[in-house]
Design a protein around this ligand. Structure first.
Ligand code: NAD
Length: 499
C-alpha cells in the first residue's frame, strides 16, 4: 500500500505519528493509498522551519517573489495533465473538470504576480510642515490554511499564492481525502525557485488543525470547508488572537422567472446542479421557478436532460458529465437525505437511487435526482446535500422567490434567469448573498475580483483572492517622518495638529 507523506523543509517526509487515513479511488471504491495524520509535534516542527525561512523570503524584493510565481504558472501548464489525473484519481471528478480546478487556481497565481503593484503602499508628501506620511503593507509572518476536499488544487492556490507573494511563509493542511495534488503543488513552487520551508504541506485531521489553531507563532488562518468546522475554526482562531477568514457551506438558489429562456435555464440548472456530482460550494441545489406554469415548463425540460446525464469514472473519456462522490460516507449521507425528502412528501421526479455502473459496483457513484414541490421545512431544503440532487421549490411570485433565498441561512451564491433588466437589477441590489449571477448559474468571480459568501457561508471580514487577499495577508504600518529642521527649535508639548 502506498504511503503518502508530508512536505516539510523542501522534502517529502514520512509521517511519524503512527496515525494514517485511507485515501480512496472513488470510482472503484478501493483504498489506493494511506495518508499520514500529523501530530502536534510534527506541526510544531513545520512552524519552526517556516519561522526560520520567512524573514529571508520577506526580505526578497516583491518583484523577485513574483518571478517565482511566474515560473510556477509555467510549471503548472507544463504539468497540467499530470495534475489533473492525480486530482481525478483521488477526488473522482472528470478530467476536464480537474483541469479546470487547476486552471482556476492558476489564475489566482497570475493575479498575484502583480504583487509589486498591490504592495506599493501609500505616501503623503508634506502631510505637515516638513512631515511625510507613508503606509507600508508588511507580511504577517507564518500563515496557515486548511482546505476542503472538493477543490484540492484551486483552494490551496487561492491561499498560498497571495500569502507567499506578500512575503509570508505558509503551512497548508489540505483535506485528507485527496492529499496528492497539494504536495505536487509545493514541489512545483520549489522547482520555480521558492526557498525551502516557505511553503510546507502538513497532512492531518483535527489534531493538526488544533495544533495550528493554538500555535502562538501562526499569525493567520484561512479555512474553506463545512459551516460547523468554519465556525469552530473562526471562534477558536480569533480567541487565540489570530487573523482568521473562514468560508463555509452553501445552498444556492436559482430563481427562474416566467420570461426566462426556459431551455437556457434548464441547461444551466443541469450543469450547475449535477456538475462535479454537486460537490461544489457554488453548485445550484435549489431551483425556484416563479408561478406554477413556469415550474411545469421547467420540470418538463429538466427531466429528459437529467435522464441523459452520463455518470462514469474519469477514465471513461471526456464526455462523462460527472463522476462518483468522494467517499462511501458521502454517498450514504446523500441517499439518506434523498430518502428524507421522499418521507417528508417531496415529489421525486427523477429517481437515481438504484443507479449502478457496470464494472464499478463498489464505486461511490450516485445517480442524478430531481425533486419537485419541495417545501421550506424539509431537510433536503434546509441542509446542504453536496450531491447530485436538485430540489425545486415553487414560488408564486418574485417577492416570494426573493424571500426564500434571503431567509435561507446560507448565502454563498445565487442566480436569476430572466429577460427583464429591471427584475434582474432589483434582485442583484436586494439579495443578501455574496455572489450573484444574472443568467449565469455559477457566478464564481474571476481572480481579480474577490470570492466570498454572506451569512453562514462566511466568517470574517475579507474575501478570498482579488485585492482582499493582499489585505488579509499583510499588516499596515504607517510611518510619520520628520527629518531634522523644526526639531532644532525645541520640543512640542501639545498634540500635533496638521494645518
Ligand atoms: P470539511 O469541513 O469536512 O473539511 C474541511 C477541512 O477541515 C479539511 O481539511 C478537514 O481535514 C478539516 N476538518 C474536518 N473536520 C474537522 C474538525 N472536527 N476539526 C478540525 N478540522 C476539521 O469539508 P469538506 O467535506 O472537505 O468540504 C466540503 C464543504 O466545504 C462543503 O460544505 C462545501 O460547501 C464547503 N466549501 C465551501 C467553499 C466556499 O468557498 N464557501 C468552497 C469549497 C467548499
Amino acid at each position: 500500500m502506498q504511503e503518502l507523506s508530508h512536505y516539510i523543509d523542501g522534502a517529502r517526509v514520512a509521517g511519524a505519528s503512527g496515525r494514517l487515513a485511507e485515501v480512496f479511488n472513488p470510482a472503484t471504491g478501493e483504498v489506493q493509498a494511506q495518508v499520514p495524520l500529523a501530530s502536534t509535534d510534527e506541526v510544531n516542527r513545520a512552524v519552526e522551519i517556516a519561522a526560520a525561512a520567512q524573514p529571508g523570503w520577506a526580505a526578497t524584493n516583491p518583484q523577485r517573489r513574483a518571478r517565482v510565481l511566474m515560473k510556477f504558472v509555467a510549471l503548472l501548464n507544463r504539468d497540467m495533465d499530470k495534475l489533473a489525473e492525480a486530482l481525478s484519481r483521488e477526488h473522482g471528478k472528470t478530467l476536464p473538470d480537474a483541469a479546470g480546478d487547476v486552471q482556476r487556481g492558476l489564475e489566482v497565481v497570475e493575479f498575484c504576480i502583480g504583487a509589486p503593484h498591490h504592495l506599493k503602499g501609500e505616501f503623503t508628501d508634506s502631510a505637515g510642515p516638513g512631515i511625510d506620511m507613508y503606509s507600508m503593507r508588511q507580511p504577517l509572518g507564518v500563515t496557515a490554511g486548511i482546505t476542503p476536499f472538493n477543490f484540492p488544487a484551486m483552494i490551496p492556490m487561492w491561499m498560498f499564492a497571495p500569502a507567499i507573494a506578500c512575503g509570508n511563509a505558509f503551512i497548508l493542511k489540505p483535506s485528507e481525502r485527496d492529499p496528492s495534488v497539494p504536495i505536487m503543488l509545493a514541489e512545483l513552487m520549489e522547482e520555480a525557485g521558492l526557498p525551502k520551508g516557505v511553503l510546507q504541506v502538513v497532512n492531518g485531521d483535527k489534531e493538526a488543525v488544533d495544533a495550528i489553531l493554538h500555535h502562538p507563532v501562526i499569525q493567520s488562518i484561512g479555512f474553506v470547508g463545512s459551516t460547523p468546522i468554519a465556525q469552530y475554526i473562526y471562534g477558536t482562531g480569533c480567541a487565540n488572537g489570530k487573523r482568521v477568514q473562514c468560508f463555509g457551506g452553501a445552498k444556492n438558489h436559482m430563481i427562474v422567472m416566467p420570461d426566462a429562456d426556459m431551455d437556457q435555464a434548464a441547461d444551466a440548472l443541469v450543469g450547475s446542479g449535477y456538475g462535479a456530482a454537486g460537490e461544489r460550494c457554488m453548485a445550484i441545489s435549489v431551483a425556484v421557478p416563479v408561478g406554477d406554469q413556469t415550474a411545469d415548463r421547467l420540470v418538463e425540460k429538466l427531466i429528459p436532460r437529467i435522464e441523459k446525464l452520463k455518470v462514469g469514472p474519469y477514465t471513461a473519456g471526456n464526455d462523462v458529465d460527472y463522476g462518483p462522490v468522494v467517499t462511501a460516507a458521502a454517498k450514504e449521507k446523500i441517499l439518506g437525505l434523498v430518502q428524507s425528502g421522499v418521507d417528508q412528501g417531496a415529489e421525486l421526479v427523477v429517481d437515481g437511487r438504484d443507479f449502478q455502473l457496470q464494472g464499478y459496483e463498489d464505486g461511490f457513484f450516485v445517480g442524478p435526482h430531481l425533486f419537485d414541490r419541495v417545501t421550506k421545512d424539509m431537510d433536503i431544503y434546509t441542509q446542504e446535500i453536496f450531491g447530485p440532487v436538485l430540489s425545486t421549490v415553487r414560488a408564486q411570485s418574485y417577492d416570494e422567490a426573493l424571500s426564500l433565498a434571503m431567509d435561507h441561512e446560507y448565502g454563498n451564491g445565487t442566480a436569476i434567469f430572466t429577460r427583464d433588466g429591471d427584475t434582474a437589477r432589483d434582485f442583484a441590489q436586494r439579495i443578501n448573498i455574496g455572489m450573484v449571477g444574472v443568467n449565469v448559474p455559477i457566478p464564481v468571480p474571476l481572480a481579480y475580483h474577490t470570492f466570498g459568501g454572506w451569512k453562514k457561508s462566511m466568517f470574517g471580514d475579507l474575501n478570498q483572492h482579488g485585492p482582499d487577499a493582499f489585505r488579509f495577508y499583510t499588516r499596515t504600518k504607517t510611518v510619520t517622518a520628520r527629518w531634522p529642521s523644526g526639531i532644532k527649535e525645541g520640543g512640542e508639548f501639545s498634540i500635533p495638529v496638521m494645518e
